[in-house]
Design a protein around this ligand. Structure first.
Ligand SMILES: Cc1cc2nc3c(=O)[nH]c(=O)nc-3n(C[C@H](O)[C@H](O)[C@H](O)COP(=O)(O)O)c2cc1C
Length: 366
């Protein structure tokens, strides 16, 4: 198959990338005290130097007491953390790459390690981490407003630090997704409701705050998923109509690019069509989209946390879909951990040289 559809430029507002390859956001927990190290900068710069079009960083915590649940996850507030991020940005730019931080709030997903103690009260729509009994109080209206402000402030800092775009983590069962999901959002005020459109209000307000902070020209990406780490089978939208009522307010609020997370990119979103989530998102909103999930590998990513590896797999289906513009970009996760030169080797047709993904890679920054 021709690689032309993968290696053509893409422009969104002020950002042009030379190809359609995005490094997927991947938490590495190698930033002690929430401050990215020089090794983190080199890790990203290596991928930028080897033809990755856009790097989306690992999730990085906005300014709330418990926005992340691991002391080694980088923060996106405070002079030290932001200065460290500037070094990362400069290192990536020096290699000709583009980079966006993934702004994150884990909400009620707790760290279950015996030695972890939350450094404050846990933020969540209804005090639950999964459907069932609440373990803490819901966010008050005032706190909701503070979380929204924190996202906006972080986005403004991202632009000031020199990032090329910003991504909001609205997927996988973390805070923004906890508002979307009826299983974790049982509020009866303006932040809840029986429809997905009503439960999208929080995310829409976050997007508006982000847009207000970065201005009209700066690309804003929103990552979404139907699946949750709490339940892989959940669907926020069971029909295209429901998906439209989920995504349209977000698009209107100012999202430029939807990053549509699946565990296997080729799985159809609805019966009766082969189109995947990113395809539907693009069709329903008219906005560009990024697909992700097992690109170039023969098994899905959650198995890697149980120590399972993965082997290189054909890109033909992906290339065929890119050729028809089902979606605009493709995020690559583990394949880029396994092989920093993945994009370059693909571009040069050196697929025989692609490395297997070994789960032990997760422990180190290479
Ligand atoms: C080690 C690791 C950490 C991850 N951390 C994040 C994260 O911080 N934010 C996020 O949105 N997704 C995260 N993901 C999911 C990836 O972005 C991606 O969606 C997933 O790995 C599927 O892509 P792949 O099959 O190409 O690996 C992580 C995945 C892995 C393997």
């Amino acid at each position: 198959m021709s690689l032309a559809s993968l290696f053509r430029p893409f422009t969104c507002k002020t950002m042009t990338i030379p190809n359609r390859i995005v490094m997927a956001p991947m938490t590495r927990s190698q930033s002690p005290g929430g401050v990215a190290t020089d090794a983190v900068a080199s890790y990203y710069a290596r991928r930028a130097a080897a033809d990755v079009g856009l790097i989306v960083t690992e999730g990085t915590g906005v300014d709330r007491p418990v926005s992340v649940n691991d002391a080694n996850v980088p923060r996106f507030h405070g002079d030290q953390s932001l200065a460290a991020w500037k070094k990362v940005v400069d290192a990536v730019h020096a290699e000709g790459g583009k980079i966006a931080p993934q702004l994150w709030h884990v909400g009620s997903v707790r760290n279950m390690a015996p030695d972890w103690k939350a450094p404050g009260r846990i933020d969540s729509p209804s005090g639950m981490s999964r459907p069932g009994k609440a373990f803490t109080d819901p966010l008050t209206d005032e706190e909701v407003a503070d979380v929204i402000t924190a996202f906006g402030r972080a986005a403004g800092e991202a632009k000031d630090v020199g990032f090329d775009a910003v991504e909001l983590h609205g997927a996988h069962g973390y805070l923004i997704d906890q508002f979307f999901w009826e299983g974790t959002n049982v509020r009866d005020d303006r932040w809840g409701g029986s429809t997905i459109a009503e439960r999208s209000r929080f995310a829409a307000e976050v997007v508006k705050a982000v847009r207000a902070a970065v201005g009209e020209d700066f690309p804003v990406i929103l990552r979404l998923s139907q699946w949750k780490q709490q339940d892989y089978e959940v669907k926020l939208a069971r029909t295209p109509e429901e998906m439209s009522s989920w995504l349209t307010p977000l698009s209107d609020a100012g999202v430029d690019i939807f990053h549509c997370s699946q565990r296997r990119f080729w799985e159809p979103e609805f019966e009766g069509s082969n189109m995947n989530f990113a395809g539907w998102s693009k069709k329903l909103t008219g906005k560009p989209s990024i697909t992700v999930g097992s690109v170039g590998l023969n098994s899905e990513f959650t198995a890697s946390f149980r120590g399972e590896g993965s082997k290189p797999a054909s890109l033909d289906d992906l290339l065929a879909r890119l050729e028809t513009d089902e979606f605009d970009m493709v995020a690559v996760g583990r394949a880029l951990l396994a092989d920093p030169l993945w994009a370059k080797k693909v571009k040069e047709g050196r697929t025989e040289e692609l490395a297997d993904f070994d789960a032990r890679t997760l422990a180190v920054l290479t």
